[in-house]
Write a protein that binds this ligand. Structure first.
Ligand code: OAD
Length: 235
């Protein structure tokens, strides 16, 4: 246990019980649009107002959500084992940070960071804008966008490198609330396994990652993750 290095990979399912809809489950549509059709550079170029309306909606929705017992249990696990725990999340909702998680790699970015489309400056922004406002860059006045990774865009190479390194060194990999169909995150459990890690999946549904897992918990993450963490810490 003292030598364990734990990595948790989380997806939209961990935030489901906080009230954030998953992408591929029920409630994944906004005004009849799929997230996959709006969260793209092409959609933003064609109609930035529409894409911003979608993000205003998401920011408002998430601003009203709180971390649930699964986020809190992972923050406590980190408090107990320190830098031997790394959290890699595909979520952009910021709920892990709200729960107090420190060592976190947000591989798809954050709803709460904005990026200038002209000068590429990135900054934190928690303001809830009224529709149809489109925020502008405080530096150069140009239109800004959410600093999230959209479909068809590359992930930040430094974040990705840190994530791969953590995965390679993991002795335990927790795979929580992800459908396991979006790459490169979906490859991470397999790499951990190749390096000898125990893989544990927490997901009410079977996924393409289930066959890799040594242990599977088919409950909602808010139910299963706190118990797993408690058992682990009690040794
Ligand atoms: P998905 O919406 O694809 O999958 C959510 C997963 O959570 C499913 O496997 C559900 O079975 C599971 N789930 C639902 N409720 C749960 C609960 N209460 N507890 C645990 N699991 C639950 O979300 P992601 O896998 O996160 O990318 O999607 C990956 C990426 O695709 C997202 O980050 C986003 C998306 O399109 C970008 O925006 C770039």
């Amino acid at each position: 246990m003292i030598e364990d290095r734990i990595v948790a990979l989380t997806g939209a399912g961990i935030s489901a019980e906080s009230g954030v809809p998953t992408f591929r489950g029920q409630g994944g549509l906004w005004e009849g649009f799929r997230a996959q059709d709006l969260a793209t550079p092409q959609a933003f170029k064609k109609d930035p107002g529409l894409v911003w309306a979608f993000y205003h909606y998401r920011r408002r929705l998430v601003a009203g959500c709180r971390p649930n017992p699964a986020h809190e249990a992972l923050a406590l696990l980190e408090e107990s084992i320190g830098s031997r725990f790394t959290l890699i999340t595909q979520n952009v909702d910021g709920l892990h940070k709200d729960a107090g998680q420190q060592n976190i790699i947000e591989i798809h970015g954050s709803l709460w960071e904005l990026k200038c489309t002209a000068c590429s400056q990135i900054w934190q922004d928690r303001e809830i804008y009224p529709d149809p406002a489109m925020p502008t860059c405080p530096g150069c006045g140009q239109i800004v966008r959410p600093a999230v990774v959209w479909f068809g865009e590359s992930l930040d190479p430094m974040r990705l490198l840190s994530a791969w390194q953590a995965v390679e060194q993991a002795t335990i990999m927790l795979v929580i609330g992800t459908s396991g169909v979006v790459f490169p995150a979906a490859q991470m459990p397999e790499l951990a396994r190749q390096h000898g890690a125990l893989v544990v999946e927490f997901n009410p549904e079977e996924t393409p990652l289930s066959s890799l897992a040594d242990e599977v918990y088919r409950e909602a993450a808010a139910q299963s993750v706190p118990g797993w963490c408690r058992n682990y810490l009690e040794g």
